[in-house]
Every structure is written in C-alpha cells, then in structure tokens.
Design a protein around this ligand. Structure first.
Ligand SMILES: [Zn+2]
Length: 387
C-alpha cells in the first residue's frame, strides 16, 4: 500500500466553500485516498513510506473543468490539434466533466448512436489518462425515441450525466421536460445550455423555458458566447434550484453579475467554472483559473480560496465526484500554489489579476507533473522522499 505524508504545508485550501481554508499542516494518504488532514502527528511519519516536504507551499485541490466537450480521443478536430488532456494538467486542472461530445464531427444523433457514444466516452476516458488527468466522459445526448428502458440501461453502464440540452436535435420544451424527468429518475445530472451557441442548430431558451425543462445544471450562464438577457439570468438564479456554470470565453462582466446574484440568493455553493473546450472560441485550458483570477481581482475582500472552492468542491458536489476537496475520504488531487507579486503569495497574485503558479500537480497522491508549462514558474519545489 502506498502511504504518503505531505508535511510542512502552508495554507491548505479545502475546496469546500463552507470552510475554504483548513487549519492543517499535514495530509496523509493511503493508496491515493486522504485518511487524515490536520495538525502534524508523529506516528504518521513512521507509517508513511513516502514523505513529502512541502516547504511551506500553499496547496489547493486541482481545478475541475465543469464544462467540457471532450471527444472520444485526445484530438480536437476543430483545431487540428492533439494533446488537450495533458494540457489541462499543464494548466493546474486535474479533471474535466463532459457535458457531451456534441462538437465531435459526425456525432450520431440516433438512439443507438447517443447510447454508444456515452458508453464509449465513459470507458475510453477511464482507460486513457494522460498525465493522470481524469476526464469524466460519456454524457448522454437526448434524442427523440429514447425510452425509459434506455435510461435504465445507461444507468447500469454508469452513465450519470445528460449532455447539454439544447445542443442536440431534440429541442421541444415540453418533450424535454418529460425526458429530463425520466433521466433524473435514473439519477442523472441533466445539463442545459443557456443563451446562444456557436451552433446555428442549437436552441435558444428563455428563463421560463429552462424553468419548465428543469435540468440540474444551467450551463454557460455568462454566455457561450452570448448570454441570456440579464432578467433571464436573474430569474433562473432566483426561481430555480439549479447548479450554474460560467465559461471562460463568455462575458467577463457577466461572470461578476452571476457571482453577485449567487451571493444575493445564497447560491455560492452552486456556482462552477468551465472552459467549453473545444468549441469555436474555446481552446482555453487555463480558462477556469482565469475565472478564479478575474473574481479574486474584482473582489479583494473575499479570500481567493472561496473562488477556488467554486472550481473544485462545488463541481464535486454537483457531479458526485470522489475528488475536488482536500478532506478525508476524497482522492488527493492537488496543486502546489506559488506566486510572484508580492511576497511570492499565490493569493495576492490572484488578487492582482494574475495567474498564480500551479506547478507540481499531484493526482491520486502521486506527483504527475513538475513543471506546468502554461503557468508561471515556482520559487521552490516540494521534495518527495521515499523510504
Ligand atoms: Zn458547452
């Protein structure tokens, strides 16, 4: 059994928005799972077979991109480019949730096609983890003709997300209302697009439509690329019981509006960040961190740990993930934070509107990437010592 003790930690960002910073200086894991987080205990040094001297560096859960459209491979046809999954890790993310591979050329919108794509997407990404990244693939796209027995079959296959409603050919609000209710009966998290899409064939829904469809997550609330009208954004936040995601390539100003509405309606624990990649304006592996920096810069009276929690623990809660929080029982997916202005403090760096360093990425308690090429360099590295 791999027993790893991370000691001499600086600030520990929990990923839990209700308690964003932990009073802790050690994390102890067994086979990648956090068994203890708190103050140093002598016996843990004896138990561990690897000891990591974290040299006072601050840590946070790796961000989880709550809104991606990963195809069933590592090649983004729209950009004719490969390796996007590893690029996530190089940008301080350890995980991505698929809300449907709808941008994949030739996506088959038939009953057999959407089921096959969901199963293959889930299984391929479980098997294929460049740099250890966790891509949660296999969102089911809704089409005419799906029966309750299909949802039961998908549940048995472990499919628990419905891809963005409005992006597939089934767009009638009443038909969707019925099918979404069936999907939820089979414990699926149903996502729905809001605002306009790049796809001419995508639906454009109002707040009233979305409240009727009643998904679990309203996506792209700040636009992807163009947001709904301000009154509709406020209505789905005041009247509905949803999670919400905002996108790096939507409106930055609307990100601030959505955050303020989340504060107003007591929904800070429902807000998540996504990249939407790949889409015509979105190849932005750093996108989720730029949202953290945007919010930290705009609201300097709020500790950036709260915004990091929106990009980690909130996503874990929404999609039932076993990672995204530094808490007992969760897998340890973590980035070491470092800054450059002033005092090497990553939080002050974020508050200045800059990206902090997230180099030294740990996934399942293993060091998976030392130098992350998409983020600033570090002042020091943790030291891993195996007994
Ligand atoms: Zn999308």
């Amino acid at each position: 059994m791999k027993k790893v003790l991370f000691k001499n930690l600086g600030t520990v960002v929990s990923g839990d928005i209700k308690n964003p910073i932990l009073d802790a200086d050690v994390i102890y894991t067994e086979d990648g799972v956090i068994k203890y987080v708190g103050k140093e205990k002598a016996e843990l040094e004896d138990q561990a077979n690897t000891i990591v001297d974290c040299k006072g560096l601050d840590v946070a859960p790796g961000l989880i991109d709550a809104h991606g459209h990963p195809p069933i491979n590592d090649f983004l046809a729209i950009y004719q480019t490969a390796g996007f999954a590893q690029n996530l890790v190089a940008s301080g993310l350890t995980s991505m949730v698929s809300v449907g591979a709808s941008n994949m050329p030739g996506f088959p919108y038939t009953v057999s096609g959407v089921k096959a794509m969901a199963v293959a997407g889930k299984q391929v990404w479980e098997n294929y983890r460049p740099a250890g990244v966790k891509i949660h693939g296999g969102a089911l796209m809704l089409v005419d003709g799906l029966q309750e027995s299909d949802f039961a079959e998908m549940q048995k296959e472990g499919i628990n997300v419905v891809g963005e409603v409005g992006q597939s050919p089934l767009q009638d609000v009443d038909a969707l209302k019925e099918m979404v209710a069936v999907a939820k009966k089979y414990d699926m998290v149903v996502t729905s697009h809001a605002g306009t899409s790049f796809c001419r064939k995508a639906a454009v829904y109002t707040a009233d439509d979305l409240l009727k469809i009643n998904p679990s997550v309203i996506c792209a609330l700040n636009g992807g690329p163009t947001p709904m009208a301000s009154k509709d954004i406020e209505k789905v936040m005041s009247d509905g019981d949803f999670y919400y995601d905002v996108l790096a390539h939507g409106s930055s100003l609307k990100i601030l509006d959505v955050y303020e509405l989340a504060v107003k309606y007591g929904k800070k624990d429902k807000l998540m960040f996504g990249s939407d990649m790949p889409s015509p304006a979105a190849y932005s592996p750093l996108g989720c961190w730029t949202i953290v920096a945007t919010l930290a810069n705009a609201y300097e009276d709020v500790h950036p740990a709260e915004f990091i929690a929106m990009g980690t623990g909130n996503v874990a809660d929404c999609y039932g993930l076993d990672h995204g929080k530094i808490a007992e029982g969760y897998k340890l997916d973590m980035v070491f934070l470092d800054g450059f202005v002033p005092d090497d403090c990553p939080f002050k760096t974020l508050q200045s509107g800059n990206m902090c360093s997230t180099s030294n990425v740990v996934i399942d308690a293993e060091l998976r990437m030392v130098r992350c090429k998409n983020v600033p360099g570090v002042s020091r590295n943790p030291e891993f010592i195996t007994k």
